[in-house]
Design a protein around this ligand. Structure first.
Ligand SMILES: [Zn+2]
Length: 417
């Protein structure tokens, strides 16, 4: 705690932001002020210019304890929300000035380093274009959600590091016990037949099938029944162990980058690319392990689906920080072309989305819990919800606005196959 006694009998202390801390966005300026009389006002100034007055009167028993000789109140804390977007980037002098009713005054200054631009992407982290909206479409915790007008990707920023993702998966994903239960209840994913049909149509002689990001392996478990030789790659220790132990599958704890020398006729990436901090590297790894005439099947949330557009930050697949990216077909086709993959077929479907049940429960929960982002979405749609949801569920996939995009790609530049 910093403090600086000055003339008269007013003392002021500044606790936050910490000295030398780089700040951005909206930050809390906090401290305390005491006076022989009463503190009348605490002013907040930056570079000598007054920005406003702090709210005064927060409980600070610690300050009371530090000055036992003074007859004063414990409610001597102040707080001010400093909007760094009002300041330019770089060094500024932050000053808090307290005045007492007996014309006493004290102030305290501290240098602050504002770095708003650090929180704004210079260019699209996927395609590199400068056509990224500077202002976030919305905020989600410590992340901002930006959209690239070039490749149409939506992404959270800053892009979480692999460590941050790991912390999230370790804390928020299913327990081993629950994972085993789920697999026992549903050992075969419902869409195994649909993906088998795609393989049969676009690569009738395919035999070796690999699922990159296979989770507990229920999809390849289903595909194995059609006679394919199946292998899975899964980063999660828990899920890959469940796949091996419960279903007896050949699942490697790792990624396709670990598949040195392996060759597959089919690589599947189902709800995987949106989780990876480096989706283009994942696609490149897929291309490396695809045999001649091999195909890549991608299934992922569709950012241009009706529900995604309607719910925005409250969409069921806006999961922070697990889902780093939201692709549309435009984004996926750009990424595929970049990776020398040729589109053979694509469509959208309702897929895993639990449109009616899930989002309805979300709405009810949001209205109760007071999450403002979800409440706003809830208020927008509640009156129309049930009829609209039922209609959307039937119509959206036909219009290319289903919640999942499904695509088949062939290895090689366009025209080669
Ligand atoms: Zn882009």
């Amino acid at each position: 705690m910093l403090r600086k006694p000055v003339r008269d009998r007013v003392l002021v202390g500044l606790d936050a932001p910490a000295r030398d801390a780089a700040i951005s966005g909206v930050v809390s300026v906090e401290g305390w002020a005491i006076a022989a009389g009463r503190v009348r006002a605490v002013e907040v100034l930056v570079d000598g210019k007054r920005l406003g007055w702090a709210a005064y009167g927060a409980e600070r028993p610690d300050v009371l304890a530090a000055f036992p000789q003074l007859a004063m109140t414990a409610r001597c804390g102040f707080r001010y929300s400093l909007d760094c977007y009002r300041l330019g980037d770089g060094k500024h002098m932050l000053t808090v000035s307290a005045r007492s009713t007996r014309r006493g005054q004290a102030e305290m200054s501290q240098e602050i380093m504002v770095g708003n631009r650090a929180g704004v992407p210079d260019s699209c982290p996927l395609c590199g274009s400068k056509r990224v909206n500077r202002r976030p479409a919305w905020l989600a915790g410590r992340y901002r959600y930006h959209i690239c007008r070039a490749c149409d990707v939506g992404f959270i920023y800053p892009i979480p590091t692999a460590e941050e993702c790991q912390v999230y998966y370790d804390s928020a994903y299913v327990t081993p016990e629950r994972a085993r239960e789920i697999v026992r209840e549903e050992p075969v994913r419902w869409d195994a037949a649909e993906l088998h049909q795609l393989i049969a149509r676009y690569h009738p002689t395919a035999h070796r099938v690999c699922d990159a990001g296979c989770g507990t392996g229920t999809l390849i478990n289903g595909l194995a029944k059609y006679g394919y030789a199946v292998v899975g790659y899964e980063l999660s220790q828990v899920s890959s162990a469940v796949a091996r132990e419960e279903l007896g599958l050949s699942v490697v704890t790792g990624t396709l980058a670990d598949a040195v020398g392996a060759r597959f006729d089919v690589v599947i990436m189902r709800h995987m690319l949106e989780h990876s901090p480096t989706p283009l590297a994942e696609l490149a790894d897929a291309v490396k392990v695809l045999a001649e005439h091999g195909i890549l099947l991608v299934v992922m949330p569709n950012r241009r689906s009706f529900p995604a557009r309607l719910y925005r930050g409250a969409w069921q697949w806006f999961v922070v920080p697990a889902h780093i990216w939201h692709f549309s077909w435009r984004t996926l086709s750009w990424a595929a072309a970049h990776s020398r993959l040729k589109p053979l077929h694509h469509y959208t479907r309702k897929g895993d989305a639990l449109l009616l049940a899930h989002e309805w429960l979300e709405i009810v929960a949001a209205l109760r819990a007071g999450n403002s982002r979800k409440q706003a979405a809830a208020r927008r749609i509640t009156p129309f919800y049930l009829p609209l949801a039922g209609l959307l569920q039937r119509v959206a996939p036909r219009l290319g606005r289903g919640q999942e995009v499904v695509a088949v790609f062939a290895k090689g530049a366009p025209g080669k196959r």
